[in-house]
Ligand binder design. Sequence first.
Ligand code: HEC
Ligand code: HEC
Ligand code: HEC
Ligand code: HEC
Length: 439
Amino acid sequence: MSTMMHTRWIRGLALIGGLLLAGGAGAVLPQDDGKVHEGVASCASSVCHGATVERGGANVLQNEYVTWTRYDKHAGAYNVLLNEDSQRIAKNLGLPNAHEADLCLDCHADNVPVAQRGVEFDITDGVGCEACHGGSEDWIARHTAPEATHADNIAHGLYATDDLAARTDLCLSCHLGTEDKFATHRIMGAGHPRLAFELSTFTELEPPHWARDADYAERKRLETPVVTWTTGLLASARHTLSLLEGRLVHEAGLFPEIALFDCHACHHPMSDKRWAPTRLTQGLDPGAIRLNDAQFALLLPVAEAVDGAAAAELLAGLQALNASVATGFDAFKAATDQLGKAVDRLDAALKAPLSAEAQEVALAALIRAGARGDYRDYVLAEQAAMALDVLLLSTARWDASRPAMDRVFASVDDEDRFDAGAFAQAVAALSAGLQVGAR
Ligand code: HEC
Ligand code: HEC
Ligand code: HEC
Ligand code: HEC
C-alpha cells in the first residue's frame, strides 16, 4: 500500500455523506451473465458517457469514459499482460503468453465467451464498463429513455454496483478470486503481486466516475465510508469463508492452497523475529502458519461496539480457524461454521447503521488493539490502517489526526520492511494525540 494511495483516497473521501442499508448479494457476476457485451466503444460516444467534461442536465456525469480511460487502472488491465512482468509470469507458468491466456484474461479483461462479444467489443479494453455493469444487450437501448428507472435497468441485466454487498462480490471476484478464477500461490510464485482489498478505500482509489449528489441519493442509496467499510468487511468475510471451504481443502496436495494464508507468515526475513502471542493468535504455537484472517479480525472492533456476544463468537471462531490448520478437517469445518454464524449475527446487528456513539466505541477498540500489538501481521496492520482512516473521517478529529495517521501509513508503506513494533507505536501516538482508545 503506497502513500500515494492514501492521499488520493483522502481527497475523494472528504466529499461523502448520507446513508445506505445493505441489500442482497449473490447476483450473477457480469462475466457469467450470458448476455452480449457490446463493448466500451458503444458507451463512449460524446453524447453518452464519453463527454470530456461533466455535461450537466442529465442524472449522470457523462464523462465516465474519460475518467475511466485516463485515471482508472482497469482501463490498462489488459495492457499489463503485455509488459515484462507478465511475460516473466507467463514463462514461469509455461504459458505461450499472458495476453491470450484465459488464466490471466479472466481478471485482466472482460473475458466473456466469443459468442457474447458484440461488434464493438475489444478485449484489449481491459476491465471495461460491462465487466462491472454487466452485458448491455438488453438494457443499452432502453436505459436512456426518460421513463427508465434503475430498477428497470437492473431487471434487464445491469449489475447492481450500487448495492454494496453485490459490489464487494464483484470487486473481490478479481481482487481475491472465486472458485473459478483465483490467483493461486502457483501464480504468485511465478511473480504475481499480492492482492489486497478494502471496499471503501478501493472505491475512492478507482477513482469514482459517479457523483454522490442529491439526485444520486434519490435514485439510489448514498453510502457513508463507515457503512461501505463494514458492509465490505462482512461481504469479504463471507467470500473468504466460501473460498476456504472450497479452495483450501479440495485442491489439497500435500499442502493446501497457500494463497489463502497470510503471505508474511512465511515470507519475512529470518532476522526479523516477529512472532509473539496476541489475543488473536491465542492457542497457536510459535511457528504456526496463520490463514489470512484479516476480514474477521477487523470486524472484531465493530462487533465489540454493537453486539458483545457476536464479538465473542467471532474471536473464538477466528482462533479456532487458525488452530484447525494443525488439527484437521472436522475442527476446520466447526470453525468455519462458527465464523459463519458470527458473521450472520453481526450482519443482522448492522442492519441499523452504526450510531456515532458506536463508531466511537469501534474506533477506541481498534486503536486499543493496534496499540497493544494485536496487528502484528502485515495484512492486519494494512487493513487496520485503512479502517482507522475510515472511522476518523466521520469524526471532527479528521484534520487533527493527519500527522499521526501519516505515521501510521508510513509504517505500513513497505510490506518487506514492516516492523510490528513501529506500527503499534504509531497507533499509540495516534491514541495519545486524539485522547481516544487509551486504557
Ligand atoms: C483472480 C484474479 C487475477 C488473476 C487470475 C490474475 N490477476 Fe494479475 N492482478 C489482479 C489484480 C486484482 C491486480 C491488481 C492488484 C492491486 O494493485 O491491488 C493484478 C495485478 C497484476 C500485475 C501488476 C500490475 C501493475 O500495474 O503493476 C501483473 C503484472 C499481473 N497482474 C499479471 C497477471 C498475469 C500474467 C496473470 C496470468 C498468469 C494474472 N495477472 C492473473 C488479478 C488477477
Ligand atoms: C471496476 C468496476 C467499474 C467499471 C470498470 C466501470 N464502472 Fe461505472 N460504476 C461502478 C461503480 C462501483 C459505480 C457506483 C455504484 C452505482 O451507482 O452503481 C458506478 C457507477 C456508474 C454510473 C452511475 C452514475 C449515477 O449517477 O448513477 C455510470 C453512468 C457508470 N458507472 C458508467 C460507466 C461507464 C460508461 C464505464 C466504462 C467507461 C464504467 N462505468 C466502468 C463500477 C465500474
Ligand atoms: C474483472 C476483474 C476486476 C473487477 C471486477 C474489478 N477489478 Fe479492480 N483491478 C483489476 C485488475 C486486473 C487491476 C490491476 C490493473 C493494473 O494494474 O493495470 C485492478 C486494479 C484496481 C485498482 C488499482 C489498485 C492499485 O494498486 O492502484 C483499484 C483501486 C481497483 N481495482 C478497485 C476495484 C473496485 C472498487 C472494484 C469493484 C467495484 C474492482 N476493482 C473490480 C481487476 C478487476
Ligand atoms: C506456507 C508458507 C507460505 C505462504 C503462506 C506463502 N508463501 Fe509464497 N512461497 C513459499 C515457498 C516455500 C516458496 C518457494 C520459495 C523458493 O522457491 O525459494 C514461495 C514462493 C513465493 C514467491 C516466489 C519467490 C521467488 O523466489 O521468486 C512469491 C512471489 C510468493 N511466494 C508470494 C506469496 C504471496 C503473495 C503469498 C500470500 C498470498 C504467499 N507467497 C504465501 C511459502 C509461502
